[in-house]
Design a protein around this ligand. Sequence first.
Ligand SMILES: Cc1cc2nc3c(=O)[nH]c(=O)nc-3n(C[C@H](O)[C@H](O)[C@H](O)COP(=O)(O)O)c2cc1C
Length: 250
Amino acid sequence: MPERSQKKIIVINGSPKKDKSFTMTVTNAFVKGIEQEGGVAELINISDLDITPCRGCLSCWGRTAGECVIKGDDIPMLREKLKAADRIVISFPLFFFGMPGMLKVAVDRLLGMLETYRGMMPSPDADLASRMRYARDGQGIAVISSCGFSESAAVFEPLREQLELILGRGNYTAIFCPELKALIDTGKGRKLPAYLAKVETAGVTFGKEGKLDEATMAELSKPPFMPETYRILTENFWKEQEKREGSDTE
Ligand SMILES: Cc1cc2nc3c(=O)[nH]c(=O)nc-3n(C[C@H](O)[C@H](O)[C@H](O)COP(=O)(O)O)c2cc1C
């Protein structure tokens, strides 16, 4: 059998819950698939990093050729790992229809990784290399996000739009998982393992090709429950929470 090339795989976990993140349940299955194509993933929890917020000076775009003037925190390390990676997986919960604040603080500091704006946006269909200062051929970026609401098309729309403006249409793979906590809580018997098996298979494809087709992304982003079932599940969840009122949170 020919040896598989060892890929550099970076997983960024943007959930403040770190290893308790529901989204990471999906991400771990996806990464298991990627690793089957060679390579061992390195996990970076954003909440473990020391990150100073962007000062907005734009030096990284004009004066310092991509380098940030803020030194001494963890952003230079993160940038180098992102530049070197063959596969990047960014995992986070949806917070107010976008990425969690601490992840956005890190993303702002990575502005210098993008090409400068020169009076015209690259077309949404332009390839990744025309946007990224350091884009390498064959680099694949996947974004995995989960949320509580059912209306996935509507709630993920602002995030999808933001990602397309940053990375360009078709330049990233997206798996957006609505109703994920309920799937994890109630689907242990069949629904959850069946879903995670599909995610792992998709991870193998992403490991090989660096992207997924639209049909696979849509299939993995479907709400797992019928609307009435989910309404009852959420109703019961909040009733349980009200009973626990006053007791400690985890
Ligand atoms: C501050 C905050 C904001 C949230 N905003 C949304 C939201 O806009 N839409 C939604 O469907 N779920 C929202 N949620 C629910 C989370 O996205 C959901 O519970 C997610 O699956 C948690 O993932 P994690 O366990 O990986 O952190 C929010 C949760 C929090 C704590």
